[in-house]
Design a protein around this ligand. Structure first.
Ligand code: ADP
Ligand code: MG
Length: 568
């Protein structure tokens, strides 16, 4: 039987009390921690999988009370040292999307079998004095901090190197590990399941943390593999995330079941509604008012409000709750007075901690951006200093030259038709200086040319990923109608394009920045966009008299910046 035919009982439709089931596929579970009931819903789904199916969840916080009755499993960690995996580690360490040179990483992982060895190689590479353009210092500080954090934990704790899952819910407790090592374990487990397992549902906790949009993370790397290849053997992901703002869009796009619980922020609601695969959508104010255990469920072509039946609740009561005939009952952890207080405090603590972590993530990203800007300022300062020094040197040269003129009896104002002859004469009379004088001019010219090249490359690098997507498209076709580009690159429907404000925004955010740096020209009369980067580069370098090969090299270098494959 094809696995997509499996259906799982979820709960009852609000109002009618009709039973609702969902197909078994990649799903997203989102809503405010503590106020929506995500974990309870995940637990219910895990317990109602078809016979023989296995489910794996992770506990990432110490205090969390969840997944009662699940089989405990020992955390799995298997080191990988292939370059793609290591790249995801490095990106996770940097907390931002970085362009690590592929060749650089391939060199760093060559011949290694442990992360310790990878670390030593990277250290060697960075200490060898070769520079990673612009960022060497902070790159190294961050990478060192990352490896120094994970390596001791990997040694100190016991890890399994294979994964034995029992039918039904399984739980891996990672509460004692740091976020970085949790990511390594979840990634290893996912990888194991997609390679060796089948008929398994994996619940990814805190997807905003482990499957981030802007950055790399080993879990994201593994999740992308599962999404590409897992379906065939029946491996499914259930992403649990309070916030989908920072979650990788490609992974979200592959999820066709959405469970949308209570939210507070308009922005977040708007974001989620936009992602829903169905045409039917709830209104934002309805999402804000959802009670605990109540979700808008979108699957296939329907979207209904559902009261999710917890694993611990009987059908009759669940139907009554769905019909609004009775209050939402208290969960088992809240039964009895003392546990209620503790359960409540623990729950609030969990919610507060999650909120804090989301904010921390945002602060870390900002800090990282600040660091990058600071580095640019530092670089600029040192390049200015170098320039001042060079000018001082030139001043010396002028003085020497003036003295030489005096010696030759040539004074200011004395007419002379043959400057070249005089210069040649001066040069001849300055023993040992000839080469210096002649080369200085050439050298200065090349130096300025290099700076112009850097400015061009920086401008292209500075484009956002979306602007680069657009540029790559334009470069591919050479010349294209603006609306055609919008449609091809961003898959927007023609109707959203005919919307004036939308079109203006698209212009401002996507097209104008590309035009501004000279990578394309915009022929507003005919509505055409034309690729112009090679001409722009040629034009800007002209005064430095570059060779045609030099120009070609710069064009090629600029094109590789945006030719980089789109991250799937
Ligand atoms: N469907 C439900 N019916 C009744 N109580 C629920 C339901 N879902 C969650 N709860 C209760 O709400 C609280 C928070 O639930 P939890 O699943 O931990 O939420 P989240 O994972 O979104 O933080 C718990 O006390 C839980 O028992
Ligand atoms: Mg939870």
């Amino acid at each position: 039987m094809p696995s997509k035919d499996y259906r799982i009982h979820l709960g009852f439709e609000v109002g009618t009390g009709e039973a609702v089931d969902i197909p078994l596929h990649h799903a997203v579970l989102t809503g405010l921690t503590r106020l929506s009931g995500k974990t309870t819903a995940a637990e219910a789904i895990m317990k109602r999988l078809p016979d023989g199916f296995k489910a794996l969840a992770f506990k990432t916080k110490r205090g969390e009370i969840a997944f009662t009755g699940a089989q405990p499993v020992v955390p799995l960690f298997r080191a990988r040292t292939d370059w793609e995996y290591v790249q995801s580690l490095l990106e996770a360490a940097m907390k931002e999307r970085m362009k690590f040179e592929r060749s650089w990483i391939i060199k760093a992982v060559k011949g290694t079998t442990t992360l310790q060895e990878v670390y030593s190689n990277i250290k060697g590479e960075l200490e060898s004095g070769k520079r990673l353009r612009g960022l060497d210092e902070s790159v190294w500080t961050n990478l060192a901090a990352y490896f120094e954090k994970i390596l001791p934990q990997l040694e100190a704790h016991p890890f399994a190197d294979s994964l034995e899952l029992h039918p039904g819910p399984n739980l891996m407790d990672l509460g004692h590990l740091s976020e970085e090592v949790q990511a390594l374990v979840i990634a290893s487990s996912l990888e194991y399941v997609w390679q060796q397992g089948k008929d398994t549902l994996v619940v990814i906790p805190e997807a905003w943390r482990f499957v981030p949009q802007q950055r790399g993370n080993p879990v994201k790397w593994a999740a992308q593999h599962v999404i590409r290849e897992g379906g065939a053997v029946g491996v499914y992901l259930l992403l649990d995330s309070q916030d989908i703002a920072g979650v990788d869009k490609a992974v979200l796009k592959s999820c066709d079941i959405w469970l949308l619980g209570r939210q507070r922020e308009w922005n977040e609601i708007a974001r989620v509604l936009k992602q829903l695969p169905t045409r039917e959508r709830p209104r934002p104010d309805e999402v804000m008012k959802l009670a605990v255990g109540h979700f808008f469920v979108a699957a296939g072509d329907w979207c209904r409000q559902v009261y999710v039946q917890p694993a611990w609740l009987d059908c009759q009561t669940a139907v009554a709750v769905a019909r609004g005939e009775t209050e939402v009952p208290a969960g088992p952890e809240l039964e009895g007075e003392a546990p209620m207080v503790i359960g409540d405090i623990e729950g609030r603590l969990e919610a507060a901690e999650e909120e804090r972590d989301v904010l921390r993530g945002k602060v870390a990203t900002l800090e990282q951006q600040l660091e990058v800007r600071m580095n640019e300022v530092r670089e600029l300062t040192s390049s200015l200093e170098a320039q001042v020094e060079r000018l001082a040197g030139m001043q010396e040269g002028v003085k020497t030259l003036r003295r030489a003129f005096q010696l030759l009896g040539i004074s200011r104002g004395s007419a002379s038709g043959d400057i070249d002859g005089i210069v040649a004469e001066v040069v001849k009379r300055m023993p040992g200086r000839e080469t210096y004088v002649l080369e200085a001019k050439e050298f200065i010219l090349k130096d300025y040319q290099q700076r112009e090249v850097n400015r061009i490359l920086d401008a292209v690098s500075g484009l956002t990923a979306e602007q680069k997507d657009l540029l790559r498209f334009i470069a591919g076709v050479g010349k294209v109608e603006r609306r055609e580009a919008a449609r091809a690159v961003f898959a927007h429907s023609p109707s959203s394009f005919s919307n004036r404000t939308w079109g203006d925004r698209w212009n401002k955010e996507r097209l104008i920045p590309v035009v501004d740096i000279g990578a394309a020209t915009w022929d507003s009369k005919h509505g055409m966009v034309i690729y112009s980067l090679p001409e722009t580069i040629k034009g800007r370098l002209e005064v430095y008299r570059p060779t045609p090969q030099e120009v070609e090299q710069v064009v090629a270098a600029a094109e590789t910046i945006f030719a980089k494959e789109k991250v799937a």
